[in-house]
Each structure stands twice: as C-alpha cells, then as structure tokens.
Design a protein around this ligand. Structure first.
Ligand SMILES: Nc1nc2c(ncn2[C@@H]2O[C@H](COP(=O)(O)OP(=O)(O)O)[C@@H](O)[C@H]2O)c(=O)[nH]1
Ligand SMILES: [Mg+2]
Length: 268
C-alpha cells in the first residue's frame, strides 16, 4: 500500500511557513501574516488538497505556547504518511538562529525515537534571503559556514535558499510569488520518509532552552574550527576536522558523517 503524501511544514513564527504552503498550492489556503506575540498559527492546520495532505504547524520558539505547540506538531506526525518534512528558517544578519536549530533537532529526535531515521530525508528552506546574502552564498566556503552547522544540528537531504520578496513583507494572506512552479518543483523533488500512524508519537519540548544553549555553543565551536580548517585549505584539513567532529560527537552532534560529508564537499 502506498502511503498518503503528507507535507509537513515546521519552523518558528514569521519564517514564512504558511506562505510557502500557499505558494506550493498556488492559492491562499493557509492564513499568513504578521502577528505580534505568539504567531498566527497556534494550532495544527491540516488540509487535504487532491491526493496530498498539507500540515501547517506552530513554532516551538514561544515559551508560553510551547507545550501546546509540541502537542499540535505531534498530531501532524501521528497521522503518518509518506512525509515530506520541510523546516523553514530565516537568517539574522547572515547567521542561523539557535532557536530554529533547536526546533529542528527536537523534532528530528522525536521522529528517531519511534524508530524512523529521517536523516537526509527532509528539507530545509532558508527563507527571505536578501540579495546580498544570496550573493555571498554563491561562494562555497560561505555556504559551508552555514550548512555544516545546519547539518550537524539536523542532517537535511536538501537545503534551499529562497529570496526575500519585498512585496510580501508584512502582508496578510498574499501569495509571495505568482510563479508556483518553483515551489511545486521543490516539493516534487523533496526527499520523503515513511511513517506509520502512531497514536503515541510525542514531541518533548521540555529541554528546548537547554537544546538552544547547547546548539549555540556547538555552532560557535564549529564555526571557529571551520574557519581554521577552510583557511588551511590544501594542507589536508580533513584529518583535524574529523577529529574535532568526533570530539563534538560525544557531546552533541550525532550526524558526523553528514557533517563531514558536507565539509568535504565544500573543500572540493
Ligand atoms: N519579504 C518577504 N516576506 C515574506 C516572505 N514570505 C512570507 N513573508 C511575509 O512574512 C510574514 C509571515 O509569513 P507567514 O507565512 O505567515 O509565516 P509563518 O508564521 O511561518 O506561517 C507575512 O507577512 C508574509 O507576507 C518572503 O519571501 N519575503
Ligand atoms: Mg503560519
């Protein structure tokens, strides 16, 4: 039996999740806009369109609604399916937010805890990238500075960068692009993993603050080491970096191969 395709979009408030779903569908089906405080989506919003189920989920970033948000995200995964999970994140002055990394990590760990390994089987969209950022990202070393830490927090199969669209800023229920082909193509080729219906699936967000702190430390260390390693290009930086990854692995980073692969890729 082939499973129902289930697109689950996750990430913190304002990153553009609902807008991305609308762009994929080509119509406004999910409410989008800015809201001060807790974000617009505080409950799971699932809609079946054609043969596909789309789930828009609330973020874990807000301490006041975190437990509720964790439950609501869990409900989406309980339905199972051929899951195309998309994390949406934005950069702040070119840097990853630790709260976004923690959100990804906690969700990935919850999936692993029911015996499904989503490593490399989900996508990350870095949304609302300014033209300057996109230009910097054309340089491999700059991309390594983002993607190696990203993969060590949550090893993605696909990382995509979407541009900042002036006309969508602060708007309510607008399509960020009339060209839904970009998003349709993104979704069509997005990696997926299978999950059975599971009534007991639960995301535990109790450790959110601690995870944020640990990931922040990890990213700082990783960035420092990466800079050193990339500067030593040509002098076999891999050996030292692998040793460093191993050391890190005993503490926080469990996807060493992915981290190392993405690092090696950037050295080519
Ligand atoms: N500038 C810009 N604004 C966007 C983009 N995507 C979404 N927005 C705006 O960002 C705000 C939050 O978007 P929304 O999809 O509701 O985010 P969500 O909370 O993650 O679901 C809305 O005002 C959108 O119009 C984009 O690509 N560029
Ligand atoms: Mg939303």
């Amino acid at each position: 039996m082939s499973r129902q395709e289930h697109v689950i979009v996750a990430g913190n408030p304002g990153s553009g999740k609902s807008s991305i779903l609308n762009s994929i569908i080509g119509r406004v089906k999910f409410e989008s806009g800015i809201s001060l405080g807790s974000g617009l989506t505080t409950a799971l919003d699932s809609k079946r369109i054609g043969n596909v189920l789309y789930s828009d989920t609330p973020g874990l970033d807000d301490a006041r609604i975190r437990d509720r948000a964790a439950k609501e995200i869990s409900y989406a995964f309980r339905r199972g399916g051929k899951i195309k999970l998309i994390f949406v994140s934005t950069l702040e002055a070119g840097r990853l937010r630790s709260t976004d990394l923690a959100t990804m990590r906690i969700i990935v760990e919850a999936i692993q805890s029911v015996g499904v390994d989503p490593a490399k089987q989900f996508s990350i969209i870095i949304n609302k990238c300014e033209p300057e950022v996109l230009e910097l990202l054309e340089n491999k070393k700059n991309r390594a500075m983002l993607e190696v830490p990203l993969n060590s927090a949550a090893p993605a199969g696909r990382i995509a960068y979407m541009p900042y669209r002036d006309y969508a800023a602060g708007k309510h229920n607008v399509l960020v692009t009339t060209d839904s082909n970009v998003y349709k193509e993104f979704l069509r080729t997005a990696p997926a993993f299978d999950m059975s219906r599971n009534k007991s699936f639960a995301i535990n967000a109790n450790g959110f603050e601690l995870t944020v702190q640990r990931l922040q430390e990890m990213v700082e260390e990783l960035e420092k080491k990466l800079k050193e390693a990339l500067n030593r290009h040509g002098e076999n930086p891999q050996g030292g970096f692998r040793r460093f990854c191993r050391k890190l692995g005993s503490r926080v980073c469990d996807a060493l191969d992915t981290v190392f692969d993405s690092f090696s890729y950037f050295l080519k």
